[in-house]
Every structure is written in C-alpha cells, then in structure tokens.
Write a protein that binds this ligand. Structure first.
Ligand code: GLY
Length: 362
C-alpha cells in the first residue's frame, strides 16, 4: 500500500493505492459524512466491479444507489450529465451525500462535473479503473464534458475528497486501453523525469504483463508528478499547462478523427508533433525525438497524420482553448524531462509541423 496527500489547503485529499479494499475504509468513512452514496459507472466496469463495491459500501453502513451509462467517449456529453442529475433528484440525494466515480477518465470527468454543480456542489470520490485514470485524470480536479464536438470545453475545477486506486483493476484492460495510460505516463516523464522515462523503456513489457509491483510504482510516481504540478498551480494559470504536452495537436486530432482514435493515440501523434516543432524552433536536443518515436512505434502507437486532412486538423487547433489572440501556446521539449511553454505566433510554422507529420516515412 502507498498513500500520500495532495496538499491544497482546505481541498487537501488523500490518494491511497492498494489492492486491499479494506485499506480505503478509514479515509472513506471520514470523507462520506451522509447516509447515501451514489456510484456512477459505465456499462463495462459495472459488469466487472459494481456488485463488489456496492456490497463493500453497504457493509460500511451506507445506502448505495448506482447509475450506469454506456461506456465510451461518445457518452461524455450533456445528455449523460442530465441523466445523472435526474437520477440524483429521483433518489433524493442531499448535500451531505457523496458520489463515487467508478471507472475510467470519462466516468471520472462526468461524475466530478455533476458533483461540482448538483446543489452547488456535493462531495465526490475518484475510484479510477483504467491506467489513464489511475496515473492522470483522477488527480487534480479537472472535470467536465465535450460539447459541440469540442473536447472538455464545458467543465470546472473540483477536487475529489479522496482517490482510491486499486492496481488490480488494470488486469481487465485491453492493450489499446493500457496504451492510453502509457501515453499519459510518457507525458509525465517527458515533462519532468528522464529517470522515469528510462524506467518505462526498461519495463514496458512488464506493464503489459501486469507486473504488480511495477504498476504500483508507476501509478505512485505518476500521481506524485501530477500532484506536485497541480499543487503549484491548481487553477491552470501557468505551470499546470505543461501537463498538456502533446495535447494541443492531440486534442485536435482526436476530435477530427471523430473519436475513432483514442485520446492516447491522438496524444501520441501530438507528442511527435511537439518534438518536430521543438526541432524546427532549434530548441530540442538532437536525438531525443528519435528515442521517443522509437518507443511509441514499438508499442504500435500512431506517430503520423497519414490519412488526415491536415487543413481540418489545423483549423481545429486554432479553435483550441489554449489559442490566444497573439498565437497558440505549445509545450515544447528541450530534452527528455524538460519542457518550456512557448507562444507560437507563426501559423505557417504550425502548418509545417502538420505537413511533416503527414509526410512521415518511418
Ligand atoms: N490533464 C491536464 C491537467 O489536469 O491539467
């Protein structure tokens, strides 16, 4: 078992990583002060884990109700949010009650958003079941949903009361789903830890074969990296932007693919784009791009924009929420483990990065 606290003054909360459900009980009883708990989950996770969790919470003395929605990014919309609001009203959920997000990033983001707005805010707990959610999205309080085909453009900052992480959940994941988490792990390595990048390189096969101790270590280290950055800039006015490494192009590609690419696959292309941009700006150390591309392609992640209409991707980048009047902020790699935030006002330069991504030959 590992645990630490995300230090955010009155919003401070614990992250507990354990494969023994009983290790969560003490913090859970402290966090959930009302009588009722609402578990929100999706159609896949509910089949695997819901019953177990309901029994556990009932044994702790709570009245438990569950809301299940269809798995996938296409559910991350206002209709799902409305469905949950109605369910909370039907079940007479009060301000002191708690919601638990049992699932991946979509479940966590939607549940957190509903919790942040229902009755002007009720408590919620993250219980992430995918690698992506365990190493990234369950920590830091960014919650929301997609609107008008634009990723996460409606949302709020709303910290959970605690994060309960069971690395055993990862056993049920497909390789494609694991890859989604590996990409976010790589984002954290590339922005802040060359040592962790080398560790991932050395242990990549252990991740797929579900090596318990290696996964637990990676989840812990990644939650720490994310937590340290969030604690230095909770509301994303400055440093927190580096967590979006690879995401400026990535979000655009994800939307243009109409979500046929996963978030991780789109960010993989975005990471390569960030290295191409860094080289064009003369900022990125020689050889780093090749090291990263070699790792991404060795695990079958996409590294180019073949088949995409780059004009459409380019237009979508201009829509991006990080687009400022004077240009677009990119997170540019200097070397592995070190990035800088650069405002790029030269639109032709951005277009040329997309052209290079489209023409990549290896
Ligand atoms: N995933 C980016 C952030 O939490 O800021």
């Amino acid at each position: 078992m590992h645990s630490f606290t995300v230090e955010l003054k009155e919003r401070t909360y614990p992250i507990i990583i354990s494969d023994d459900i009983n290790d969560f009980s003490e913090a859970l009883l402290r966090s959930c002060v009302g009588k009722k708990i609402v578990i929100v989950t999706d159609s896949i996770v509910s089949e695997l884990y819901l019953q177990n969790w309901v029994e556990y919470l009932v044994n702790l003395g709570y009245i438990v109700v569950s809301y299940i929605f269809e798995q996938g990014e296409s559910s991350k919309n206002l209709k799902t949010v409305e469905g949950i609001y109605s369910f909370l009203i039907e079940n007479k959920i009060q301000r002191q009650d708690t919601m638990i997000a049992l699932g991946g990033g979509v479940v966590g983001d939607i549940t957190g958003f509903v919790a942040s707005t229902y009755l002007r805010g009720i408590s919620f707990i993250q219980c992430p079941t995918t690698l992506l959610a365990q190493v990234d999205s369950s920590v830091g309080g960014k919650v929301g949903f997609n609107f008008c085909n634009i990723k996460n453009n409606i949302g709020s900052f709303y910290q959970p009361k605690m994060v309960m992480i069971n690395p055993d959940f990862l056993k049920s994941l497909t390789r494609r789903n694991i890859n989604g988490g590996i990409v976010e792990i790589l984002v954290h390595c590339l922005i802040s830890s060359e040592h962790l990048f080398e560790y991932v390189l050395d242990h990549i096969q252990d991740i797929y074969s579900n090596h318990h101790d290696i996964l637990e270590y990676l989840v812990y280290e990644n939650c720490k990296i994310k937590s340290d950055i969030v604690c230095s800039d909770e509301f994303d006015y400055g440093k927190r932007a580096i967590l979006n490494f690879g995401h400026t192009i990535g979000h655009a590609v994800e939307a243009v693919s109409e979500f046929s690419l996963t978030h991780g696959e789109a960010v993989s292309i975005g990471i390569v784009g960030a290295f191409i941009l860094g080289e064009k700006l003369g900022l990125t150390k020689n050889g780093e791009k090749e090291k990263v591309i070699s790792l991404l392609s060795s695990i079958s992640l996409p590294i180019d924009l073949k088949g995409f209409d780059i004009d459409t991707v380019y237009e979508r980048i201009l829509y991006d929420k990080k687009s400022h009047g004077e240009g677009i902020e990119f997170i540019v790699p200097i070397s592995i483990g070190h990035v800088e935030r650069i405002l790029v006002s030269n639109k032709e330069l951005i277009y040329s990065v997309l052209t290079d991504l489209s023409n990549r030959t290896e």
